[in-house]
Design a protein around this ligand. Structure first.
Ligand SMILES: Cc1cc2nc3c(=O)[nH]c(=O)nc-3n(C[C@H](O)[C@H](O)[C@H](O)COP(=O)(O)O)c2cc1C
Length: 152
C-alpha cells in the first residue's frame, strides 16, 4: 500500500517522532505541507495527516492542505496527533481534521493520539507537563496502530 504522510510538528518535535515511527512501519513517504507536490497525490493509496494539537485542532497549515485537495474517490486516510491531553481528547481534537477529510470524500481508516511534552503559556511556570512524552511506550503503540492500518 503506497502511503504518504503529511505532518507538522512545531512545538517540541513530538509529533515528528510519532510520524517517523508510523513511516517506518508503513514504508511511507513523509513530507511537510510546504513540501507536498499536489500532482503526485493520485499515486498514493493511503494518506496520513498528523500534527500537534494547537487550540484544540491540528496545525493550520495541515488543515489548509486538506482544504486545497481535490475531491477524492475511494481514498483512505488516517489522522494522528500529539497533545497535552493525548488520547483522552482525541474525539474533540481531531474533529476539524476529520470533518475536512470526510468532506473531501476520504474514508478515515484510523486515528491515533498520545501525549506530548508542552510548556505552552502558564505551563512554563511548572517546567511543562508530559515530560519525556512521547516515550518508548507511545512509539510502540504508534507502530501497532500502523500495523493495523496495513490490514485496514
Ligand atoms: C499554541 C499551543 C496550543 C496548544 N493547545 C493545546 C490544546 O488545545 N490541547 C492540548 O491537549 N494540548 C495543546 N497544546 C500542547 C501540544 O498539543 C503538545 O505539546 C504537542 O505534543 C505539540 O506537538 P509538536 O511538538 O509536534 O508540535 C498546545 C501547545 C501550543 C504550543
Amino acid at each position: 500500500m503506497k502511503t504518504l504522510i503529511i505532518y507538522e510538528s512545531t512545538h517540541h518535535g513530538s509529533t515528528e517522532k510519532i510520524a517517523k515511527a508510523i513511516t517506518d512501519v508503513l514504508g511511507a513517504k513523509l513530507v511537510k505541507p510546504e513540501e507536498l507536490d499536489m500532482n503526485t497525490m493520485a499515486e498514493y493509496d493511503l494518506l496520513g495527516f498528523g500534527s500537534g494539537i494547537y487550540m484544540e485542532r491540528h496545525h493550520k497549515d495541515l488543515l489548509n492542505t486538506v482544504s486545497k485537495l481535490s475531491r477524492q474517490e475511494n481514498k483512505k486516510a488516517f489522522i494522528f496527533s500529539t497533545s497535552g491531553a493525548g488520547e483522552r481528547n482525541i474525539a474533540r481534537n481531531h474533529k476539524a481534521m476529520r470533518k475536512r477529510l470526510l468532506e473531501k470524500g476520504f474514508t478515515v481508516a484510523g486515528e491515533f493520539s498520545c501525549r506530548g511534552f508542552t510548556d505552552f503559556g502558564p505551563l512554563k511556570l511548572f517546567r511543562g507537563v508530559n515530560k519525556g512524552r512521547p516515550n518508548e511506550g507511545d512509539l510502540s503503540k504508534a507502530k501497532e496502530f500502523a500495523k493495523r492500518l496495513k490490514n485496514a
